[in-house]
Design a protein around this ligand. Structure first.
Ligand SMILES: CC(C)(COP(=O)(O)OP(=O)(O)OC[C@H]1O[C@@H](n2cnc3c(N)ncnc32)[C@H](O)[C@@H]1OP(=O)(O)O)[C@@H](O)C(=O)NCCC(=O)NCCS
Length: 141
């Protein structure tokens, strides 16, 4: 972790981030990420995509999405060979710093019920599951 730097992604790193997610992120039951979608995020809010870099190599990511109302975390992922070094925690901390600076007061994360590894890091970072809420979705065509 000592050689890892956490900061906003550059536009030149977007295709590497998409490749990184194929092996490092939770991809179950969700549509594939596209270059166009990631480019749109980066254009709208360049600081939302946070990467952890070891030299040139991407070893972690998180999206810290701020819509002016709520703070949402997505795509927290750490390279399989670099887990349990504190990189995930450093990414969550960086996202929370961004939200505080923007005036956010509460942050949430979308987490699969069966992803126990993820439950462990969210709980360790002070997040708790809300059992009285569910996510209601509708695809936009
Ligand atoms: C979940 C994930 C991001 C954790 O990243 P990480 O860099 O390994 O996490 P950290 O090293 O910062 O761990 C911080 C704390 O979280 C908890 N934790 C993280 N991974 C854990 C695991 N596999 N088992 C138990 N506790 C875990 C521990 O409390 C840990 O502190 P410790 O190492 O001092 O015990 C990583 O496992 C990952 O990329 N998983 C696949 C993608 C994914 O599921 N993302 C979450 C989507 S909601």
């Amino acid at each position: 972790m000592s050689s890892v730097i956490v900061g906003a992604a550059e536009s030149s790193q977007l295709s590497d981030v998409l490749r990184f997610w194929l092996t490092a992120a939770e991809n179950e039951g969700r549509p594939a990420d596209t270059p166009a979608a990631l480019a749109a995020l980066h254009l709208r809010d360049p600081d939302a995509l946070i990467v952890a870099l070891d030299g040139e190599r991407i070893v972690g990511t998180v999206i810290a999405g701020w819509d002016g109302w709520r703070c949402h975390l997505y795509r927290l992922a750490v390279a399989p060979d670099r887990r349990r070094e504190g990189i995930g925690a450093a990414l969550v901390e960086a996202a929370e710093r961004r939200f505080r600076a923007l005036g956010g007061t509460r942050v949430d994360a979308m987490v699969l019920d069966g992803n126990e590894r993820a439950h462990a890091i969210w709980a360790a970072r002070g997040y708790h599951r809300q059992d009285d809420w569910s996510r209601w979705v509708k695809p936009l065509r």
